[in-house]
Design a protein around this ligand. Structure first.
Ligand code: GLN
Length: 231
């Protein structure tokens, strides 16, 4: 599987994503600058976390209008896979590749800690390596991770099995105290209709090696490699 990741001014998780992708694919991914008008010939494009353009206006709002996003949208519209992590998820909602929006955490504070996530569907290239209901640990680090979506759109997500992960307790219960940011229905990550675009606030690349304290995140990248190579 061939992968690329986009570097925007203010990206700060691009190198971590590159390491996780290289670990999974066995070769270094292409780095693509935000001014690029075209993407290299790849199966997966990752949008890393960070504070693109200083999070001005709204996180991800300016990045959504950068030249490279026209190419990323074209890649997604022809069935290419896209993974948006944290600020990358914010860029995906601002680009309308995923529904809903990410607003300021309910606590009005930046939250940085490991959280438990319940895998809600194994039917996607990114989640096929987990079992439905499996609880995994990924870190969160954001000020604007509070996922909001209208009732009709949320029902569509649920009916189409497009909620990838929800914040939960260690044993899988969906409680308010397990929700780090106030997201509606504890939603941590969602899929596009064709299931090939995933956006999530937690950072799988930050727990992708036992040396980092855990490797639950590595499975997400490995799964994408297996699924996209098989496609
Ligand atoms: N690590 C990240 O990508 C989080 C940054 C993000 N712009 C925020 O909501 O704070």
């Amino acid at each position: 599987m061939r992968a690329a990741y986009v570097v925007f001014p203010g990206s700060n998780c691009d190198r971590d994503v590159a390491v996780a992708l290289e670990q999974a694919t066995g070769r270094p991914p292409h780095a693509v600058w935000h001014k690029a008008a075209a993407l290299p010939d790849v199966d997966l494009v990752a949008l890393p976390g960070g504070f693109t353009y200083g999070d001005y206006l709204r996180p991800g709002a300016i990045a959504a209008h950068s030249p490279v996003m026209r190419a990323v949208c074209a890649h997604a519209h022809k069935g290419g896979a896209v993974l948006g992590i944290c600020n990358g998820f914010q860029v995906l909602t601002e680009s309308h590749l995923l529904p809903g929006a990410l607003i300021q955490n309910a606590s009005l504070r930046f939250v940085c800690k490991d959280v438990h996530l319940r895998t809600e569907t194994a039917t996607s290239p990114f989640t096929a390596g987990y079992a439905r209901g499996q609880v995994v640990t990924f870190p969160v680090a954001h000020g604007d991770g509070n996922y909001v979506i209208g009732d009709d759109d949320r029902k569509r997500l649920e009916d189409q099995d497009r909620i990838a992960f929800r914040y939960c307790e260690a044993h899988g219960a969906l409680t308010e105290s397990a929700n780090p940011n106030g997201s509606v229905a504890n939603i941590a990550g969602v899929l596009s209709e064709n299931r090939r675009v995933l956006g999530l606030m937690p950072h799988p690349e930050r727990l992708a090696d036992p040396m980092l304290g855990g490797s639950d995140g590595a499975r997400l990248f490995a799964s994408a490699v297996e699924q996209l190579a098989a496609a």
